[in-house]
Design a protein around this ligand. Structure first.
Ligand code: XUL
Length: 521
């Protein structure tokens, strides 16, 4: 039993969660919001706004400043960092960090008197990092698919067709447009393996959970796939860290964190994973049988799966399950940012999403419905910059605000229900997590649309919790036992489906699908 630290470097924030596994207690919970706490990076939602042609990048120095800041906050709150025995990391998936030959040497000699950002910035060979919201690599996806023998082949090898936000197509775009900088890149990390490398003070491996989100890892061999590497960029094999199981130990914490923040010199660093595989652990859902819906900047739906099974429509993905085996995942780009955009556009509050709107409108919204996309969507692939409204004038003109709120939520979850059919998993129970999951109106809509009970856990940040639990797992603790303490459903928060909503939502699904089809080319 130990004190373990989980770090989650997500799209909009970096969080740290310190657990005492013997006491079953959370000792500290700190977070840095990129937009508010590091406002000088001009990235209010964690990425550089205004990118052309679907480009969405973030500044890796911002992630490093956030790392320094979150440790400073832990120190300020008297968190017992001197007793930490293991640390692990969760990171937004697919984002890549490009580093030159001096990266490893630099990590070895990080000076506690200076900031991480200042010391790592000179070894970045690409100043900004493409992140998962980027949709600029359509051409590269087509080229990779063609070179690898078609998208079916890419999917059979990697668990996903060539996907715009995935790391391989992003790396290819860099190689094509900035060939010299690509050539001088010595190592390409994912966000999770980059942050874990900084914490460990050495360049560490990528795990099978996050590695599978690159279009470069072979799902069967769990190694880099030679055909996909060749289809992506020359000399790529040499630039990628090794792949390793999620519980691999990277080494002890770097001297930088020991000296500067008093982290125990003997704390072990367990390699990182993606935020979704990490949440699978944080929700206690690594054994097949439950579906997790995570409502964050992106909304995702995922589940542990007994064996790899791919989505014939090409939207779903197969990743490594940190506890062994596989997980399936579908990602929706218009998550929180779309809910926030509707709230701001119509001067609403979260209270409107909670009870108000839903008590005055019926399930199915009398046929009024919305394609709830304020920016490009990836499931399905659609380039919209405003929602599509179908219904009477009061609704389409934006006058009927309760109907708008309901249409937004119903649109998001009908879209989810539609696109998770390929998984073939029975949704007997839905575990809901992420910032918006606390909202009862949202939880009720999920329960009614999927006709399954919705449960929420006591610790809301499942990605950071997953990182902390994986750290304990790396020390040899038993995950199933840890789940009993940390992943208990919050009994009072359960919402059961209303059977009377089943029929209206079957009808609503048909209407929604018909409207969607008109926009998919
Ligand atoms: C998953 C995905 C997002 C990111 C950011 O494929 O792109 O969920 O991991 O959270």
């Amino acid at each position: 039993m130990a004190i373990v630290l989980g770090l989650d470097s997500s799209t909009q924030s970096l969080s740290a969660l310190l657990l005492d596994t013997a006491a079953g207690a959370v000792l500290a919970d700190e977070s840095v919001n990129f937009g508010n706490d590091l406002a000088h990076y001009n990235a209010p939602s964690g990425f550089i706004p205004g990118g052309a042609n679907g480009e969405v990048h973030a500044d890796p120095r911002m992630w490093l400043d956030a790392l320094d800041l979150v440790f400073a906050k832990l120190v300020a709150s008297s968190a017992p960092l001197g007793r930490v025995e293991a640390i692990s990391v969760s990171g937004q998936q697919h984002g890549t960090v490009y580093l030159g030959a001096e990266f490893s040497d630099r990590l070895d000699v990080l000076d506690p008197q200076q900031s991480l950002a200042k010391q790592i910035a000179p070894v970045l060979t690409r100043k900004t990092s493409p992140i998962w919201m980027d949709t600029s690599t359509g051409r590269e996806c087509r080229e990779i698919a063609a070179a690898a023998g078609g998208n079916d082949e890419v999917c059979a090898r990697s668990g996903s067709v060539a996907v715009e936000r995935f790391s391989g197509p992003q790396i290819r775009l860099f190689f094509i447009h900035e060939a010299d900088d690509y050539a001088r890149t010595e190592v390409i990390h994912l966000v999770s393996s980059f942050i874990a490398s900084i914490v460990a003070g050495r360049s560490v491996a990528i795990d099978y959970g996050d590695g599978a989100g690159m279009n470069l890892m072979n799902l069967a061999s769990l190694n880099w796939d030679p055909v996909l590497l060749d289809a992506t960029a020359p000399g790529l094999r040499e630039k990628l860290p090794p792949l390793a199981p999620s519980r691999a130990i990277a080494g002890d914490v770097s001297r930088y964190f020991a000296e500067k923040y008093g982290v125990s010199r003997n704390a072990r660093v367990i390699i990182g994973t993606g935020d979704n595989p990490s949440s699978l652990v944080g929700m206690g859902a690594t054994a097949p049988g439950q579906v997790v819906i995570s409502l964050g900047t992106s909304d995702t739906l995922f589940a542990a799966m007994p064996g790899p099974k791919t989505d014939p429509a090409g939207y779903g993905h197969v990743f490594g399950n940190p506890a062994g085996g596989y997980m399936s995942l579908i990602c929706f780009r218009n998550g929180s940012l779309a809910r926030e955009a509707l709230r701001d556009e119509h001067k609403l509050t979260w209270e409107d999403f909670d009870r108000k709107a839903l008590s005055t409108t019926p399930p199915g919204n009398n046929g009024r419905h919305m394609l709830p996309f304020y920016g490009p969507e990836i499931t399905p692939r659609l380039d919209l910059d405003a929602p599509v409204l179908v219904g009477d004038d009061d609704f389409t003109s934006g006058k009927d605000k309760p109907a708008l709120v309901r249409a937004m939520l119903e649109g998001q979850f009908l879209n989810m229900r539609l696109h998770c059919r390929w998984m073939g998993v029975k949704t007997e129970r839905i575990l809901l997590t992420g910032g918006a999951s606390r909202n009862n109106g949202i939880a009720r809509t999920v329960a009614d649309i999927f006709q399954a009970p919705v449960e929420r856990l006591a610790v809301p940040n499942s990605a950071a919790l997953g990182a902390a639990l994986r750290a304990a797992d790396g020390l040899g603790e038993n995950l199933e036992e840890l789940y009993l303490h940390f992943c208990k459903p919050d009994a009072g928060s359960r919402i059961d489906a209303d059977p009377a909503a089943a029929e209206p939502y079957d009808k609503a699904l048909t209407l929604f699908e018909a409207t969607l089809e008109k926009f998919i080319s």
